[in-house]
Design a protein around this ligand. Structure first.
Ligand SMILES: [Fe+2]
Length: 183
């Protein structure tokens, strides 16, 4: 893990085919932007307790979250929490490990823990390991999957236009199996 001067643990981008790793924020942002994916980093306006409620978490990031939602036309935000205590953890893990798309944008802001987004864009496969402070916005219809990683511990803000429409449409390509480790 790498921390910059502001104390962020930096995201890491990897391209397995070429064995390229990028751990510089602006280089990752440029790489993703050229492929239609938005990456940013936000900081809470106060130190959040481990037990912070959804409302407290949303309030701590409101200075970044509200303008982002207004600009993108997003209507709803909530906080998900997945950890070793989550019921049916293996089913939750498996659900997102297979390549899929959504008909609306998938937006995740990592409040705590980590998670690995995998993308399959124009024949290229790459992953972004996100930590606290990382925002990823995956445009609708982008083929991707999500790996909870070995720790299976993530707290994240989700942003939606319509939460009811947010379902995974599986491609069935099986390409994810080539990259996902066995847990
Ligand atoms: Fe997804």
């Amino acid at each position: 893990m790498f921390a910059d001067q502001k104390g962020f643990i930096m995201a890491i981008l990897t391209i397995p085919e070429t064995k390229v790793t990028i751990d510089n924020f602006s280089d990752i942002q440029s790489f993703l932007k050229s492929r239609g994916i938005w990456h940013d980093q936000w900081k809470a306006n106060e130190v959040l307790a481990e037990t912070a409620s959804q409302e407290e978490i949303l309030a701590a990031y409101a200075h970044d979250l509200k303008p982002f939602m207004a600009k993108g036309g997003y209507k709803a935000a909530d906080v998900i929490n997945v950890n070793s205590q989550t019921p049916n953890l293996e089913a939750v893990r498996t659900k997102f490990l297979a390549e899929h798309t959504h008909t609306e944008d998938e937006i995740r802001f990592f409040v705590d823990g980590e998670g690995i987004f995998w993308f399959h864009v124009n024949g290229e496969v790459f992953s972004v390991t996100c930590h606290a402070g990382d925002l990823l916005s995956v445009p609708a219809n982008t083929t991707h999957w999500f790996d909870l990683g070995p720790k299976a511990n993530v707290k994240a803000i989700r942003v939606f236009i319509d939460p009811a429409g947010w379902v995974a449409n599986y491609t069935g390509s099986g390409i994810d199996k080539k990259y996902n480790p066995a847990y």
